[in-house]
Design a protein. Structure first.
Length: 364
């Protein structure tokens, strides 16, 4: 009974359950140093705050994964420290400035490396490896890459270091994607399917119509069984992005684009996601056959058939979604959106307000 009550309280508090794969210890940093020396390990610290959304997503979706625990637990004494509470002094000493910040120390408490922000799967593991391995430091891995080394370890670490050390995230993201694309292009099919190259299919993917995504779709049944769920989830995510592109923009404009759309729908059917995107397809096809006024009327009539996320997507980019070009069309689109404002959740309300401002305020 006592164990059941404690488990319930932990769940209610939003704290990671004891059954999570990553074994975070409830000890001080000094105690962690003692444990690390005794066990021959390094120290891994997750600096988080109570208000940090990405911190909560990592706690719920990353650290509980078996692959993450299998990597961290044998190699590190793991701590979670609230950077505004018990971990405040250490966070200040090591200059933590963003959340989450994930940091690796040696057993004497010397900082070896760190990275900030949400990472998952192999990208997370590689980022931690970069922290602990001098051969994967940004300077060293850049030299290795520029010298022509193209091992999976170097390619993956080099791509991550470019993104983590850039102030222009989107430019760095596309540069990292190009590096991984070039490596992908250098491999034959059997090499692409090897476990050491699985990072090709979850790192810096720049769109549905890219060779890496199309390879995943065509070869989804050939991957190692340990990767099959991740591949299925990545395909689903990329197809969701593409379905949303058709849903929120009128890109079916001629025979070629219609054929591309029909091919996408066929691929969606092959992987069993047709029902998930049925409403978005219905709107996209209506949009392709209607002018602005008629499509606004269609959306007004069918808005309540969309789920909450789809409604938010439709309203978040009014200028792009409807592409009104006359004052009358702008007024009609604005009226459609404003009618929905009282019923929107806060997050969607803010996005719709920005979208309305972009639509209604003249650009100079």
């Amino acid at each position: 009974m006592k164990k059941t009550i404690i488990s319930a309280l932990i769940a209610m508090a939003g704290i990671m359950p004891a059954a999570a794969q990553t074994e975070f210890r409830h000890i001080t940093f000094d105690e962690a140093k003692t444990a690390a020396k005794a066990e021959g390990k390094l120290i891994f610290v997750d600096f988080y705050t109570q208000w940090c959304g990405p911190c909560k997503r990592m706690a719920a979706n990353v650290f509980p994964k078996k692959e993450i625990g299998d990597y961290l637990n044998p190699n590190f004494v793991c701590l979670k420290l609230d950077a505004e509470a018990e971990g405040a002094e250490l966070a200040k000493a090591v200059e933590v400035k963003a959340y989450p910040t994930l940091m690796v120390f040696d057993a004497d408490g010397n900082k070896l490396g760190s990275f900030a922000g949400m990472k998952d799967g192999q990208e997370f593991i590689t980022a931690v490896e970069i922290c602990r391995n001098p051969e994967l430091s940004p300077e060293r891995v850049t030299a290795r890459y520029e010298a022509g080394e193209r091992s999976p370890e170097v390619v993956r670490a080099y791509a991550i270091s470019i993104v983590d050390n850039s102030r222009d995230y989107m430019t760095a993201f596309h540069k990292a994607g190009k590096i991984i694309d070039d490596y992908f292009d250098s491999l034959n099919e059997e090499q692409r399917l090897k476990p050491e190259n699985h990072f090709l299919f979850d790192s810096y993917i720049t769109g549905y119509n890219t060779p890496r995504v199309q390879f995943m779709i065509a070869n989804r049944d050939r991957f190692d069984t340990s990767k099959s769920n991740d591949i299925a989830e990545q395909i689903k995510q990329q197809m969701t992005f593409e379905a949303n592109r058709y849903f929120t923009t009128n890109v079916i404009t001629d025979q070629a684009s219609r054929q591309e759309y029909d091919k996408f729908k066929q691929n969606v059917e092959k992987v069993g996601l047709t029902s998930k995107f049925a409403n978005m397809f219905r709107f996209a096809e209506a949009h392709a056959s209607m002018d602005v006024e008629a499509y606004v009327d269609f959306c007004d009539k069918n808005f309540d058939t969309l789920d909450t996320e789809e409604q938010g997507s439709l309203l978040a980019q009014l200028s792009k979604t409807f592409a009104p070009s006359t004052p009358e069309q702008i007024k009609k689109v604005s009226g459609f959106a404003r009618k929905r404002l009282p019923d929107l959740p806060i997050s969607q309300l803010l996005m719709t307000a920005y979208s309305l401002h972009d639509l209604e305020v003249p650009k100079h």
